[in-house]
Design a protein around this ligand. Structure first.
Ligand code: LAC
Length: 377
């Protein structure tokens, strides 16, 4: 289709990378990922208000540390829906890792798995579910489902994910059609025809995301959650919620967890940053089921803040693809370890011994005037 897609080649480097912080990975990755794919990965929708708010929203709270607690080394391990992990960070669902590196999802899953963390396999991965799992036996896995029009396809995908060891299904509810992504329009971005989406019959090579999404159901409703629960027998995380009312609906319809997310600022623009939406959702859920959050997590203190506001763990999306592009699985592993180190340091310096001790008493809101004064709005 688009001529740019025909000349596509993904980075191949496999090496440890030096990471000062996760924010800097984007500029480094821009130099090695082709223009169209980089625009697709990094871009948000519309004016990218939500894309920016995802990170900036973390400024709205301050951490209030405690001292003389006798704490030496904090324990950063935790449990996600019954699965033990080394840290409350995970790889959230993202499509087409093959845009960032030749090893694609196999590289990302291995990097996260070697870091002792959970990886989310996806419907729109550029490798089959089974190959992703084979490359990363160590890591626990969830499977993200885009709900196909054909129920047989959904059953088949769920069965394969279960056979591959997925312990939960992530039902992504916020992308029946792509948001207003101007970078993709400017670049006339279509997925390169050298990359396929082997998990989903009916998705052709060289298509745009809007074309691909024709395979999936438009007009999703709560019955579709019931279908997934019944077909999988697994806990289902309803991902993409920003409204407390939807969180209550999800609870009523048997969701095992809520994924607070605005799809990386790629869907509707000018919705709240994930961390901004979290407190009201946490209030609605009131501890009955876990809440996971993704969007804008770049710092150890961000992880701490999200957990203090009610999340059980946080997904770290774009930095996964950037570190994959820069160093393959070794790059991803380095990124995961860097964030674990920052998070452990944040726990240590705020006097928190274990993840389950992180609570609302650890933070306080920054005054709205201070936030305004920095020109955020
Ligand atoms: C995205 C999808 C496919 O491009 O998750 O945001």
């Amino acid at each position: 289709m688009a001529s740019a897609s025909e000349s596509f080649s993904a980075p191949t480097t496999e090496k440890d990378i030096e990471i000062l912080n996760l924010l800097e990975l984007e500029d480094q990755a821009r130099k090695v990922i082709s223009k169209g794919p980089f625009g697709y990965i990094s871009g948000g929708s519309g004016d990218e208000l939500t894309l920016r708010e995802n990170i900036a929203g973390f400024d709205d709270h301050m951490i209030v540390p405690r001292y003389l607690t006798g704490l030496d080394e904090p324990d950063i391990s935790t449990e996600l829906l019954g699965v033990k992990v080394d840290a409350p960070i995970f790889c959230p669902p993202m499509a087409a890792h093959g845009l960032a590196h030749v090893t694609a999802e196999a590289g990302s899953a291995r990097g996260w798995g070697d870091g002792g963390c959970l990886y989310t396999m996806t419907t729109l991965s550029t490798l089959p579910i089974e190959e992703v799992v084979a490359a990363s036996q160590k890591s626990p896995k969830w499977f993200q489902l885009y709900f196909a029009k054909d129920p047989g396809v959904n059953r088949e995908l769920i069965a394969r994910a279960k056979a591959a060891g997925a312990t939960a299904i992530v039902f992504a509810v916020d992308l029946e059609r792509p948001g207003n992504r101007e970078a993709d329009m400017r670049n006339n971005f279509h997925f390169p025809s050298s990359l396929g989406f082997p998990n989903v019959p009916g998705v052709r090579r060289g298509e745009s995301l809007a074309e691909i999404m024709q395979v999936f159901k438009h007009g999703l409703d709560w019955d579709d959650l019931a279908f997934i629960r019944e077909a999988s027998g697994l806990p289902v995380i309803v991902k993409g919620l920003l409204s407390p009312a939807d969180a209550r609906e999800a609870l009523d319809h048997g969701a095992a967890a809520i994924g607070v997310s605005n799809h990386g600022g790629r869907q509707l623009d000018n919705v709240p940053g994930s961390i901004v939406a979290l407190p009201r959702i946490a209030e609605a859920v009131d501890g009955r089921i876990p809440i996971f959050l993704d969007g804008g997590v770049r710092r150890g203190v961000h992880v701490l803040e999200a957990l203090a506001l009610g999340a059980s763990a946080v997904g770290v999306g774009r930095p996964t693809l950037y570190s994959l592009a820069l160093g393959g699985w070794r790059g991803v592993h380095a990124m995961v370890e860097a964030l674990k180190r920052e998070f452990a340091l944040a726990m240590k310096l705020s006097g928190v011994a274990k993840v389950s001790n992180i609570g609302p008493d650890l933070i306080e809101p920054r005054s709205p005037l201070r936030v305004l004064a920095r020109g955020r709005f």
